[in-house]
Write a protein that binds this ligand. Structure first.
Ligand SMILES: [Zn+2]
Ligand SMILES: [Zn+2]
Length: 145
C-alpha cells in the first residue's frame, strides 16, 4: 500500500493512506494545510521578494550588477546584458511565481495544485514529504523481503 509521510525534527511523523487516486489527492490537500497552518513553510510565497537593483530601477541598465556576480538579486530582463547577468535570479523568480500560483489554488482547495507545490518543495527543510510503501508484516503476499 502506498502512503504519504511527513515528519520533521520537532514533531512525530504523520502518515496518510494514498492507495487510491481519491485518497492521494485528499492526502496532499491535508498535507498542504498541515504545512501551511501548523508549520508556516510558505511565508516566502506571501509576497514577491525580488525587486530590480537600483540602477535598473532608475533605467540605467548598463550599471546592473545582477544576482550572479553582484551582491544584489535583480530579475531585470530589459536588455540582453541584464538578461544574461540575471538569468539565475530570473529563473528563481519564475519558479517562485509558479509556486505562488499553486499556493493560491491550494488555499482554495485545489488538491492537484497542493500536490505540485509539495512535490516541487520537498527538498526544503520542514517540507520533507515522501511517498513510500507500507507493508503488512504477516501477509506473505504483500511483504517485501
Ligand atoms: Zn536592467
Ligand atoms: Zn539590475
Amino acid at each position: 500500500m502506498r502512503v504519504l509521510k511527513y515528519g520533521n525534527r520537532k514533531a512525530n511523523d504523520v502518515v496518510y493512506d494514498i492507495s487510491t487516486p481519491e485518497k492521494l489527492l485528499a492526502a496532499y490537500l491535508l498535507m498542504f494545510n498541515l504545512l501551511n497552518e501548523e508549520w508556516e513553510v510558505y511565508i516566502d510565497l506571501y509576497e514577491d521578494e525580488f525587486s530590480l537593483c537600483k540602477p535598473c530601477a532608475d533605467g540605467h541598465h548598463e550599471y546592473c550588477r545582477g544576482g550572479c556576480n553582484g551582491s544584489e538579486e535583480c530579475p531585470c530582463d530589459a536588455t540582453p546584458e541584464c538578461k544574461n547577468i540575471n538569468h539565475r535570479t530570473r529563473a528563481k523568480v519564475a519558479e517562485t511565481n509558479a509556486q505562488r500560483t499553486w499556493f493560491k489554488l491550494a488555499e482554495e482547495g485545489d488538491a492537484r495544485a497542493a500536490r505540485s507545490l509539495i512535490r516541487a518543495r520537498r527538498g526544503n527543510e520542514y517540507e520533507e514529504v515522501t511517498e513510500c510503501d507500507f507493508y503488512d508484516p504477516i501477509d506473505p503476499l504483500t511483504v517485501k523481503r
